[in-house]
Design a protein around this ligand. Sequence first.
Ligand code: SF4
Ligand code: SF4
Length: 98
Amino acid sequence: MAQLTGLTFGGKNWIPQFVQAINQAKCIGCGRCFKVCGRNVLSLRAMNEEGEFVDNEEDDEIERKVMTIANQGNCVGCQACARICPKNCYTHAAYALA
Ligand code: SF4
Ligand code: SF4
């Protein structure tokens, strides 16, 4: 199957690997991936004991924070997030052309 192919500044082909999923069971909420992503794709969110997202940051029920994909459509497939993640949480994939 054909994949979306880009070009480097030097004119070489490369295949962007777009973010697909973050394993929130493994995520420690360190925020490293958020810092390296220059495309406003990611968002750190609070979770309660039951694993449900809590929007009120002051809520006593908050147990931990995990990274989420807020704007997948902004991703350019650079994989910087996966490279910096210490817990190997990321799954990426090329874009399959029809
Ligand atoms: S692959 Fe690049 S653009 Fe996409 S979420 Fe990761 S750091 Fe951001
Ligand atoms: S770098 Fe990995 S462990 Fe840290 S917040 Fe991002 S996904 Fe979670």
